[in-house]
Design a protein around this ligand. Structure first.
Ligand code: SF4
Length: 418
């Protein structure tokens, strides 16, 4: 098979690293009850009746991926993390999550300690659903809380209240979850520093193991964008958002959280190892460390050494393509719509682009040399020196990482490696 890039995909013996691949698994669930005003993710409201056929297609895609890996002589892929993202994965009935997890376990080597995360909208769970998920092996929940203020939630078109989020976390604890992330958004139009502080402090009262804080961005062609264009809403205030980020960074440090990625914090724990907090999201860590992951489901992206690829976006086309019976060489399936060869020059840049997001760990010079057989200095020495001179990068032991100033100006750094 020729890909969009004109190159050949993986075949037996073409890449020795694949033979022992340890990969994450990302499963996209493209269903939501309504579209939130700011959202540009690949997700759809009003097609919930497709869920059973969609879950069956994901199971089939897992089988096809396992078969194509085996045909290529690559053996069973080991999975150390499984991440159900969306969309709203918590809309999947428990029996369908179970079918997908069981299919993964039958077809891949899902290691016993694998992190299995499901993203959940606080308004879509109850104690029975959460207990069912925990019983089948889901061990991490990520709740899209976004704000503790009713005005913010209304502006974002979120269907749930903060009180529902509080209840959802209580049910999750009751169900036995010991690893919970809360997503919050700052820089919302009309949000003051005081109301942001209140939102973060009320979220902290829930004692989450992990927090993801995202600055609101107005994505083109969203309902929010239309309101900004028409003057109904102002653009978010970037300076205020920066103040909110800096305040949150200090507040979370005082509250015992480790800032390990630009937008992510993990509660410090005695099991932390070096720059890797025990409660860091293992799935995303793998992505930032440029480790392979399989992307399954409509619009899902995947990466294996040498290739990035993505599936068709619409769930109906995805289901139809998966059932077409068309066999493709690993890591592709009939659902793949785009693929791009990742040559060594791109991969080196990606290691910097992704690794520098890890604000404690950064990019280790020895890891770079081990991966590429050439030193970080030899390839990027000039860029690194320039960014150090601007106070955006610093050395920490044998690693290079963002400075505190660089956390806010990451895009200026990343431009050097695009
Ligand atoms: S719940 Fe999440 S994925 Fe769904 S529309 Fe809202 S922001 Fe987008």
């Amino acid at each position: 098979m020729k890909t969009d890039s004109g190159a050949e995909p993986h075949q037996k013996g073409t890449n020795a690293r694949i033979g022992h691949m340890l990969a994450g698994v990302y499963i996209h669930v493209p269903f939501c009850q309504v579209r939130c005003s700011y959202c540009d993710f690949n997700t759809y409201a009003g097609i919930g009746d497709m869920i059973p056929a969609y879950a069956a297609a994901v199971c089939r895609e897992i089988e096809l991926a396992a078969q194509s890996a085996s045909r290529a002589g690559l053996g069973p892929v080991q999975a150390d993390s499984v991440y159900f993202g969306g969309g709203t994965p918590s809309l999947l009935p428990v029996r369908q999550v179970e079918a997908i997890v069981e299919t993964l376990r039958r077809n891949l080597l899902v290691i016993p300690t694998a992190e299995i995360t499901i993203e959940a909208n606080p308004g879509t769970v109850d104690i029975d659903r959460l207990s069912g998920l925990r019983a089948l092996g889901v061990n991490r929940l990520s709740f899209g809380v976004q704000s503790a203020q009713a005005d913010d939630l209304r502006l974002l078109d979120r269907l749930h209240s903060f009180e529902q989020a509080v209840q959802a976390v209580a049910w999750a604890r009751q169900a036995g979850f010991e690893n919970i992330n809360l997503d919050l958004i700052y820089g919302i139009m009309g949000q003051s520093l005081t109301s942001w502080r209140d939102s973060l402090r009320r979220a902290l009262e829930l004692n989450p193991e992990h927090l993801s804080l995202y600055a609101l961005t107005v994505e083109s062609e969203t309902p929010m964008d239309a309101k900004v264009q028409s003057g109904e809403l102002p653009m978010p205030d970037a300076d205020l958002a920066a103040d909110m980020y800096e305040w949150a960074r200090d507040e979370l440090q005082s509250a015992g959280y480790r800032h390990y990625e630009i937008s992510n914090w993990a509660r410090a724990d005695p099991r932390d190892e070096g720059t890797t907090p025990a409660f860091a999201c293992r799935h995303n860590l793998g992505t930032w460390r440029l480790q392979p992951y399989l992307g399954l489901g409509a619009g899902a992206h995947g990466f294996v050494p040498g290739w990035r690829y993505s599936n068709v976006r619409h769930p109906a086309e995805y289901v139809s393509r998966i059932h077409s019976g068309d066999a493709r060489p690993f890591p592709f399936s009939a659902a793949v719509a785009e693929s791009r060869a990742v040559d060594v020059n791109i991969e080196r840049r990606e290691m910097l682009l992704l690794g520098l997001r890890l604000v404690e760990e950064g990019v280790e010079a020895s890891a770079f040399t081990q991966r590429f057989g050439v030193s970080l200095e030899a390839v990027f020495g000039e860029d690194l020196a320039e960014l150090e001179g601007q106070g955006l990068l610093e050395r920490a032991g044998e690693s290079v990482r963002l400075t505190r100033k660089g956390h806010l100006l990451g895009n200026r750094v990343f431009l050097h490696f695009v």
